[in-house]
Design a protein around this ligand. Structure first.
Ligand code: FAD
Length: 378
């Protein structure tokens, strides 16, 4: 490869930020990396829960792309409008970009319209949705709060469970927990399927706090006027406050490019290569069999970085994606649990559980702070 190898990365989220950082660290100005994102800042997924429950303010958790400066990488604020995976040509609202290697890292979009009635209700998976719920929660003093997931796969499988536990704390602090009920509807068999131990601990935490858990169901529709949610088995749940997780989908521009099958980009799960030469997909948008979570997006970015670096240096093949990740789980009362999940080493996924403690909060803080410092120098 020549010194002018062009690598275009679509999306500066968890995956795109990590990939461009590793490329910059290894290759610096020897390659031209173009990182494209339509937004002007990155926000960690877990910050949305902190925003909603008043643990953080937006300016403190917004990481403006203006702070992202890496040798060999230019970050452009543009919206991708078309992708040609055959020619690796990308069209944006500002022009056209040609690439030797193209990496699609555009995450998952929310398909609000896929759940009738959801548009009239609240969701906490976007920053504006979490901010609106913060306002609503400040006046919620009595009634039934329903945390409901509208479909799988969805980002960060433990997040709805965390939301229910944090809501318990929030209402307890407000002195109104006894006047409120909390239910959680999840389209999974247990809160964290790869780790029965973690799931058991979460179920025990729900039980202790009087949180009703309904597994194996999704919210099929909501009727904001009647305040009734209908599940996919036809049963109805009346609520006073709905906290929804919308259905997820690949961004329409990626579907239009012919990169998706069954909703997500088909890749070799270990190399992250699509069927188009020189085109990779990483993070939430790729169908690897691992969860849609930042830690997995980061792992996939590492594998693609090593493959690209190896090809550019003409040395070896790089490392395969290991499908491993560590998730921190809010158990409420300031305690954090940890689970290390491994999807590819054995015949089925496994998880190693670490009991929640106040000390583990430091680990979670370090997880966020270390990425913040590494990517943004903040
Ligand atoms: C409430 C909540 C809690 C979470 N907690 C955790 C957690 O504790 N740990 C964890 O590991 N993960 C967590 N996650 C999941 C995590 O946020 C995502 O899995 C992760 O961000 C995925 O990274 P990504 O790079 O694939 O996508 P993203 O980080 O979503 O990045 C995609 C980027 O692509 C850009 N983009 C999309 N379309 C276009 C376009 N047309 N043109 C230009 N740019 C475009 C977007 O602006 C975005 O910046 C949580 C998520 C939520 C919602």
């Amino acid at each position: 490869m020549s010194a002018t190898t062009r690598i275009t990365i679509l999306g500066a989220g968890f995956a795109g930020l990590e990939l461009s950082t590793q490329l910059s660290e290894a290759l610096g100005d020897a390659v031209q990396v173009t990182l494209i994102d339509k937004a002007d800042a990155f926000i960690f997924g877990f910050s949305k829960l902190d925003l909603m429950f008043g643990h953080a303010e937006l300016p403190a958790v917004r990481l403006p792309y203006a702070h992202f400066a890496k040798p060999g990488v230019r970050l452009l604020r543009e919206t991708v409008t078309a992708i040609d995976p055959v020619t690796r040509r990308v069209t944006t609202d500002a022009g056209v970009h040609e690439a030797d290697f193209l990496v699609v890292a555009m995450g998952a979009d929310y398909d609000i319209a896929a759940t009738p009635g959801l548009a009239d209700e609240h969701e906490f998976y976007s920053v504006p949705g979490a901010a609106r719920l913060r306002e609503v929660l400040s006046t919620f003093r009595r009634g039934h709060a329903l945390v409901g997931v509208c479909g799988a796969p969805y980002k960060c499988p433990p997040a709805p469970s965390e939301c229910a536990l944090m809501l318990h704390d929030y209402l307890s602090r407000a002195g109104v927990r006894d006047d409120c009920e909390i239910s959680l509807v999840l389209p999974l068999s247990s809160p964290v399927p790869p780790s029965p131990e973690t799931s058991r601990a979460l179920l025990a935490a729900f039980e202790e706090r009087g949180i009703r858990f309904r597994p194996n169901c999704r919210i099929a529709r909501v009727d904001a006027a009647r305040r009734v949610a209908t599940l996919d088995d036809g049963s109805e749940i009346a609520y006073d406050l709905f906290l929804g997780v919308p259905r997820h989908r690949a961004p329409a521009v990626v579907e239009a490019a012919g990169l998706t099958e069954n909703g997500w980009v088909t890749v070799d799960p270990r190399t992250l290569q699509t069927r188009f030469p020189g085109v990779y997909a990483i993070g939430d948008i790729a169908n690897t069999g691992t969860p849609k979570a930042g830690v997995f997006a980061e792992g996939a970015a590492g594998a693609v970085a090593s493959a690209l670096i190896a090809q550019i240096r003409g040395a070896g093949e790089g490392q395969l994606y290991g499908g491993r990740g560590t998730c921190y789980i809010e158990f409420g009362a300031g305690r954090i649990g940890r689970v290390e999940v491994d999807f590819f080493s054995g015949p089925k996924p496994t998880g190693t559980y670490h009991e929640p403690s106040v000390e583990l909060r430091q680990d979670k803080l370090h997880f966020g702070a270390s990425r913040r410092a590494r990517w943004f120098g903040l």
